[in-house]
Structures are given as structure tokens and as C-alpha cells.
Design a protein around this ligand. Structure first.
Ligand code: 5GP
Ligand code: MG
Length: 180
């Protein structure tokens, strides 16, 4: 795996520090809502991030899993979002924090937010480890962002390329010839 890495964007130590800071920001915001928070990780890319993040949260919380799939047409940007597995916990009148790995076009997070809002949560906020500001849409703001990055394809720390590299501990860019 190591020989496929071209460069490190953020090292495991830098990620750890930033994740701790993010958890502190989140803990501050949910100070009064603590114990009633439902974390909804967007699978699969957020698994490592969410596992690290929640262990820094100093209050009781629940995890609600939901699997969604997007069908992207070859010619259109959008596509229908289908719920493959419904939420495992009730979010009505509870505070919800959606956690994703990366905010790119925002289509995924927009669709997930719309689905969750129908269930009448007390509040809904978005947390993403990475954001590509050059592409992020104006109408969708993330409440908590780890790092803003250039428009490069990142792997590691949960993020994949063809389902590989999720277990690489740093956020990295692969050698260009591998992306062909
Ligand atoms: P969006 O709907 O915001 O365009 O797509 C976001 C999803 O696309 C992310 O959750 C992630 O799965 C994938 N994605 C976008 N950019 C990257 C990237 O640089 N690396 C990887 N591994 N996945 C990405
Ligand atoms: Mg994803």
C-alpha cells in the first residue's frame, strides 16, 4: 500500500489533533442538548472519522445508521437517492449530527438532510472531515469542517479508491498513474 502513496496531505498526528478540536467545538454547541444527540454517519467513508470523533465527546449519545445509495446518470449531475436501510434509531425531537468524510458537490449530504428533516428532529447539523471549497455548493453549509482542501482525490482515514486504502492512517494522494 505504501508504494502507491504519492504524498501525504494530513498526517495521522495532524488528523488526531484536528479531530480533538472538532470534538471540543461540537461539545460546546451541544452543551445543553447533551445526552439527546444522535450521530448519523454517512457510510462508508466516515467510519474511521466518526469512531475517533465520538470517543472525544464527553456525554451520552446515540448512533443512528442509515444506508443510502445514489444513482448518478451519465449525463445529469443529480440522481435519485434511495434508502437501502432505514435509520436504526428514532430522531423525532432529538438533535441530529450528520457526519461525512468529505463535502464535494454536496449532493449526498443534501439528500440525506432532506430525508432526515422529514422525521422532525429537534435540530440538524452537518459535520465533515474534509471540504473542497472550490466545488461546495452555496446553499449547503457544513456546521463543522475539519480541513478545506484543493480539488484533489484523497484516500486514507476511511476514504477509498475502488474500495481500497480506507485503512491507510493518513490522508493522502495516490500516485497519478493509479487514477487512470
Ligand atoms: P458529493 O455528493 O458531495 O459530491 O459526494 C461526496 C462523496 O463523494 C463523499 O462522501 C465521498 O464518498 C466521495 N468523494 C468525493 N471526493 C472524494 C475524494 O477526494 N476522495 C474519495 N475517496 N471520495 C470522494
Ligand atoms: Mg461518502
Amino acid at each position: 500500500m505504501e508504494r502507491d502513496i504519492d504524498r501525504t496531505l494530513y498526517s495521522r498526528e495532524q488528523i488526531e489533533r484536528r479531530v480533538q478540536e472538532m470534538a471540543a467545538e461540537i461539545a460546546k454547541v451541544y452543551h445543553d442538548a447533551a445526552d439527546d444527540l444522535v450521530i448519523v454517519p454517512v457510510l462508508t467513508g466516515s467510519i474511521i472519522f466518526v469512531a475517533d470523533l465520538i470517543r472525544h465527546l464527553p456525554f451520552k449519545m446515540r448512533i443512528g445508521l442509515m444506508t443510502v445509495s445514489r444513482y448518478r446518470g451519465a449525463t445529469t449531475e443529480g440522481g435519485a437517492t434511495q434508502i437501502l436501510r432505514d435509520l436504526t434509531v428514532d430522531i423525532k425531537n432529538r438533535h441530529v449530527l450528520v457526519v461525512d468524510d468529505i463535502l464535494d458537490t454536496g449532493n449526498t449530504l443534501r439528500a440525506v438532510s432532506e430525508q432526515l428533516m422529514e422525521r422532525e428532529p429537534a435540530s440538524l447539523r452537518l459535520c465533515t472531515l474534509l471540504r473542497k471549497p472550490s466545488k461546495a455548493p452555496k446553499d449547503l453549509t457544513a456546521d463543522f469542517v475539519g480541513f478545506d482542501i484543493d480539488d484533489v482525490f484523497v484516500v486514507g482515514y476511511g476514504l477509498d479508491f475502488n474500495d481500497h486504502y480506507r485503512n491507510w492512517p493518513d490522508l493522502a494522494v495516490l500516485r497519478p498513474e493509479l487514477y487512470q
